[in-house]
Design a protein around this ligand. Structure first.
Ligand code: ADP
Ligand code: ZN
Length: 433
């Protein structure tokens, strides 16, 4: 039935038709989910034993949430609802230690995701005439490879540059006349500051648009990127649990991100009591993937805070728009585009010999980049002015942190008892950005 509509028709579906499509797809996802023991228990606990027990899209509100911990607990194959032989790819979340959160895709799951990426790129005005330089990391992280396939399918000239190596990025941009780039907002600003020092000239570039995402950024940062390069920058939102990029994307109006509701069920819930909120209210984004049958994830608590922007978009697309992400309900830090949990840092430093009982993580801006400083007390066994020992300790911490979180921080040692202590819970993170 749906196959008789084109993708642009689906994007213009009226509210009622969109809900009808969601219901059809949701029932299919529920029957897939019931193939896993995890969801048989979860859905069974609210009396859903068969997809026919779902009669309205509102039935979703009966179902308990799925959390990141659930995904970790079911690692590696607990959420796989397809035959393993039909899986053609896996991805994993970028910010996790220990057990990652993994998702699987069959070829048809990948095709569905790719179609959303094509749609998202078209929404920003891209076409097959563009040269697309993808500066997001390729690999288990979904950011790079996710847009790559959509850009190819759209017929763009794709340069899979991946992240880093700024000089080479400039060379590619200049020599292949890149018109569209994809990067984190912090990398975009870093790039700008490196143009002259690396001997390039903005006049030699032909960039018109940037797709920016993967980390929180303000409207001011977007404006700065647009003004520096003289381009349009579009906010792109996604997370690996929901496939990756192209969950929500800005259209040419740049007034919030259309969350592709034919493919995802969008809910915003109160971050404290988890009850559904009306459009316009800030809360935690909860998502259900309707287009990935191999790894069904229902009512996933993203921990991202946003709101639905009420009203219609002048572009005519009916998928509701979410506002830029205001932050996360959990404590994850994003440092120069890399996701870090304070617990990952604690794990490394607290296992070191001679480290005292108190530490804090300070993040500040140095120029346009983020700088991570770890202030830690040393115990009285190590003499505070024994520089040789302290340098060795500092190097070891840096090395281990680089291995675990890929960032090499600045380390500051303090004598025992010198760092501030709170009355109640410790404040470990001082984010000065
Ligand atoms: P994880 O953070 O769990 O390792 P991902 O690497 O898939 O997983 O990152 C997804 C997260 O990145 C989102 O949940 C969100 O917090 C953040 N993110 C992605 N895109 C944006 C964006 N455009 N604005 C703000 N935050 C974003
Ligand atoms: Zn729009």
């Amino acid at each position: 039935m749906i196959s008789c509509y084109s993708d642009s028709e689906i994007q213009m579906f009226d509210h009622e038709t969109l809900r009808a499509l969601q219901l059809i797809r949701f029932k299919k996802i529920v029957s897939q989910a019931l193939k896993t023991e995890f969801y048989r228990t979860k859905l069974g606990s609210v009396g859903i034993k068969h997809s026919s027990d779902i009669t309205s899209i509102n039935d979703i509100q009966k179902i308990p949430f799925t959390t990141k911990e659930d995904l970790r607990d079911t690692y590696p194959y607990g959420l796989l609802a397809a035959d393993k032989d039909d899986v053609v790819r896996m991805h994993a979340s970028s910010g996790t230690t220990g057990k990652p959160t993994v998702i699987y895709q069959t070829q048809s799951d990948l095709d569905n995701w790719t179609n959303l990426t094509v749609r998202s790129l078209i929404a920003t005005g891209c076409s097959h005439k563009d040269v697309f330089q993808n500066m997001m990391t390729y690999g288990l992280f979904t950011g790079g490879i996710g847009l790559h396939y959509g850009a190819e399918k759209l017929g763009m000239f794709v340069i899979p540059a991946s992240s880093g190596n700024t000089k080479r990025q400039f060379m590619l941009m200049k020599d292949f006349q890149t018109t569209v780039v994809h990067a984190t907002p912090s990398y975009m600003l870093h790039l700008f500051s490196e143009i002259e020092p690396l001997g390039f000239d903005l006049k030699d570039f032909k960039i018109k648009k940037a797709m920016i995402g993967a980390e929180p950024h303000s409207e001011e940062i977007r404006r700065k990127i647009e003004e520096c390069f003289g381009i349009d920058a579009y906010n792109s939102y996604g997370l690996s649990e929901m496939n990756g990029p192209s969950v929500a994307f800005e259209c040419e109006h740049k007034n919030g991100m259309h969350l592709w509701e034919d493919s995802y069920i969008l809910e915003i819930v109160d971050k404290n009591n988890l009850t559904p909120l009306e459009d316009g209210n800030l809360g935690e984004l909860v998502l259900t993937n309707l287009i990935r049958e191999s790894t069904p994830i229902i009512r996933y608590r993203t921990r991202d805070l946003t709101k639905v922007i009420p009203g219609d978009c002048p572009c005519g697309r009916t998928a509701r728009r979410i506002d830029r992400i205001f932050g996360r309900t959990d404590d994850m830090l994003i440092i120069n585009g890399v996701n870090v949990f304070p617990s990952q840092i604690e794990e490394v430093i607290m296992k070191m010999p001679s480290i005292g009982n108190n530490y804090r993580i300070v993040i500040r801006k140095k120029g346009i980049l983020d700088q991570l400083i770890i202030e830690t007390e040393v115990n009285s066994e190590i003499i505070i002015d024994d520089t040789r020992k302290l340098y060795a300790l500092r190097d070891r911490i840096k090395e281990e942190l680089r291995a675990s979180i890929t960032i090499s921080p600045q380390i500051e040692f303090h004598e025992p008892g010198r760092l501030p202590v709170q009355q109640g819970k410790a404040i470990r993170v001082v984010d000065e950005r």
